[in-house]
Design a protein around this ligand. Structure first.
Ligand SMILES: C[S@@+](CC[C@H](N)C(=O)[O-])C[C@H]1O[C@@H](n2cnc3c(N)ncnc32)[C@H](O)[C@@H]1O
Length: 276
């Protein structure tokens, strides 16, 4: 059976760079465990886990409905093939002229009308400047289109999800369902703090990023983060100051609305307390 070491379709934040290291680490975990991929994204970690441990139960929490994108590969391939015809003769990796852009938008609009679904993330990697992604036609129209159109279609990924239990829920619901089940390992690859999350289905505040840490207590886990997010530095600090609590718990607050520039505002705060 084929083992994918990268996701079949583009996905920002997929763990393909970690694929071989992840396989090595997995060897330390039981073959018959329940592996719960709480932030499944492209499903790559779930897929690799199931291939490496065929006797394991693997839950892929597909919050972004990546499965729908996989199911629509034939439609996406047809679109890309039509784009290739529309842009025939244009130089590669160069800006697509306005009149040709309009034809591409027209083809996408037609697809929306007929099928009600377009995989904008996959199309973005063929039409936008490298690493730029949009999730709607309005979003695409605000960008300049480049002729990065893939030369051939994406391979059908019929077996990619084989053996996985797929769910589409908030990670907290999935966690609550499995937290008491013995022999469960949590794969925890949340969105990273201070990192662009434009293509994900979410709107997280700092507390949401910190909530994820609660999962790590008393459960075996494999957790992913980056040095941009500073979560490890924060945890290290908290570990050195145990039981400190919230220093502002009894403080009063005064606020002042400040302006950064003509359309950006923020709130300055003064916190004060009389008691020690
Ligand atoms: C860093 S990505 C995971 C990448 C994945 N490990 C891979 O290899 O493709 C984080 C994922 O968490 C998803 N997510 C955001 N909020 C979520 C929530 N409340 N519950 C579950 N997943 C969520 C994001 O949409 C994104 O797909």
């Amino acid at each position: 059976m084929k083992e994918y070491l990268s996701a079949p379709l583009p996905f920002v934040g997929q763990k393909r760079m970690f694929a071989s290291e992840f396989k090595k680490i997995l060897k330390q975990y039981p073959d018959d465990a329940v592996y719960v991929d709480l932030f499944g994204g492209s499903g790559l970690l779930s897929h690799i886990t199931k291939r490496e441990k065929p006797d394991a139960t693997v839950i892929y929490n597909d919050y972004d409905n990546y499965c729908k994108r996989l199911k629509n590969i034939p439609r996406t391939n047809q679109l890309l093939s039509d784009f290739r015809q529309i842009a025939a003769g244009l130089p590669r990796n160069k800006l697509i002229p306005k009149e040709v852009q309009m034809k591409i938008y027209g083809r996408i609009e037609k697809e929306e009308k007929i099928w009600g679904y377009v995989d904008y993330i996959t199309l973005s990697s063929s039409l936008l400047f490298s690493m730029k992604y949009k999730t709607s036609l309005e979003g695409l129209k605000k960008e300049s289109l480049y002729n990065n159109i893939r030369k051939s279609g994406y391979q059908q990924a019929g077996d990619y999800l084989d053996g996985l239990t797929v769910t589409h829920e908030d990670y907290k619901d999935v966690f609550n369902r499995y937290k008491e089940i013995p022999n469960t390992v949590f794969l925890v690859d949340p969105p990273y703090l201070s990192t662009d999350v434009g293509t994900y289905t979410m709107n997280w505040k700092l507390a949401d990023y910190l909530d994820v840490l609660a999962i790590l207590q008393a459960h075996p886990f494999i957790y992913f983060t980056s040095n941009k997010s500073q979560i490890l530095e924060l945890c290290d600090w908290m570990g050195k100051h145990p039981g400190m609590g919230n220093p502002f718990q009894n403080a009063a607050i005064a606020t002042f609305n400040a302006r950064m520039n003509y359309n950006a505002f923020y709130t300055d705060m003064m916190l004060y307390t009389h008691t020690v």
